[in-house]
Design a protein around this ligand. Structure first.
Ligand code: NAI
Length: 306
């Protein structure tokens, strides 16, 4: 299989590295910056004999080389710096997303598309409107990352290992994020039974602020290792038709009482991309906070340039 990654910056290159290391697919890195995708791709090819993967990584400034990809991941755009929210990126990144989706689609009309550029939910919706892609073949990466940050926060608090944790973070990939503590478990036991209400709140707070915590340390940009790994996980689920359910920024049309919106929601991934939106049993309060999260995404959509 063939995976194109648009944007050979921190997130795109890290995703390429992990996809290649797992030997999942040939990777094409494409970027507007001349030399950057070529240099990083060559560096990864030099790594091939050390890590013994057999797939290839190529770098290009031209979409011709991306032709007929199975999956296209879009990470092109600016990242936030300290003090910025993801929403501050909207103006610049909307222009980039619009041009990228057109060019990528012309080369790979049958691919499954994964948007990563922030603000995620708004950029994925924009890509949907621009591309006319069927909703099963267009999604965003946000919830896998947010859920892994929730898993981390739970492990830090309880001293457990991630392999024992199932974590669910959903809704807007931003301040409006929602966690489901009742469905977040350690060895099958909900964290609501394992820690106090205050501790649950602290763990949720750490999750929502996880990205900003990284930005505050780095100062020069935002996270990329966990985002890269999260992209690779989604690509793997699609290429192997795993049918795994994870938090994916998917098109919601009536599920959970939410309409015409892209936001993180439990989603079954497989060879067709989004195979199914999975509806969990929620209390009235849980449903209300998910719907409030949807409204925060809708507020962002209102800022999209015409
Ligand atoms: P970066 O600045 O390291 O890389 C961005 C790359 O995009 C640069 O190499 C730039 O040359 C390229 N680019 C700009 N315009 C382009 C165009 N028209 N066509 C092709 N390439 C173009 O930024 P980083 O850290 O890789 O972040 C990329 C994006 O991903 C940002 O918008 C960031 O906010 C977002 N992000 C999203 C996450 C998520 O969970 N959805 C997690 C982490 C980052």
């Amino acid at each position: 299989p063939k995976v194109t990654i648009v944007g050979a910056g921190n997130v795109g290159a890290t995703a390429a590295h992990i996809i290649a290391s797992k030997n999942l697919a040939d990777v094409v890195l494409v970027d507007v910056a001349e030399g950057l995708p070529q240099g990083k791709a060559l560096d990864m090819m030099h790594m091939r004999s050390v890590e013994k993967f057999t797939v290839s990584v190529t770098g290009t400034n031209d979409y011709e080389a991306t032709k007929d990809s199975d999956v296209v991941v879009i990470t092109a755009g600016i990242a936030r710096k300290p003090g910025m929210t993801r929403e501050d990126l909207l103006g610049v990144n909307a222009g980039i997303m619009s041009s990228v989706i057109d060019a990528a689609l012309e080369a790979s009309p049958d691919a499954v598309y994964i948007c990563v550029t922030n603000p995620l939910d708004v950029m994925t919706y924009l890509a949907y409107k621009k591309s006319g892609l069927p909703v099963n073949r267009l999604m965003g990466m946000g919830g896998v990352l947010d859920s892994s940050r929730l898993s981390f926060a739970v492990c830090e608090k309880l001293g457990c290992m991630p392999e024992d944790v199932v974590a669910w973070a959903l809704g807007a990939h931003g301040e409006g994020m929602v966690c489901w503590p009742r469905y977040t478990t350690v060895e099958g036991t909900p964290i609501t039974e394992l820690m106090s209400e205050d501790d649950v709140e602290a763990v949720v707070e750490r999750t929502v602020k996880g990205g900003a915590e990284v930005v505050a340390h780095l100062k020069t940009g935002s996270a990329y290792y966990a985002p890269g790994a999260s992209i690779a996980k989604m690509v793997e689920a699609i290429l192997t038709d795993s049918k795994e359910v994870m938090s994916v920024c998917s098109y919601i049309d009536g599920e959970y009482g939410i309409e015409d919106l892209y936001m993180n929601i439990p989603t079954r991934l497989g060879k067709n991309g989004v195979e199914e939106i999975v509806e969990f049993d929620l209390t009235d309060d849980e449903l209300a906070s998910l719907q409030a999260s949807a409204e925060s995404v809708r507020a962002g959509l209102a800022n999209l340039p015409e």
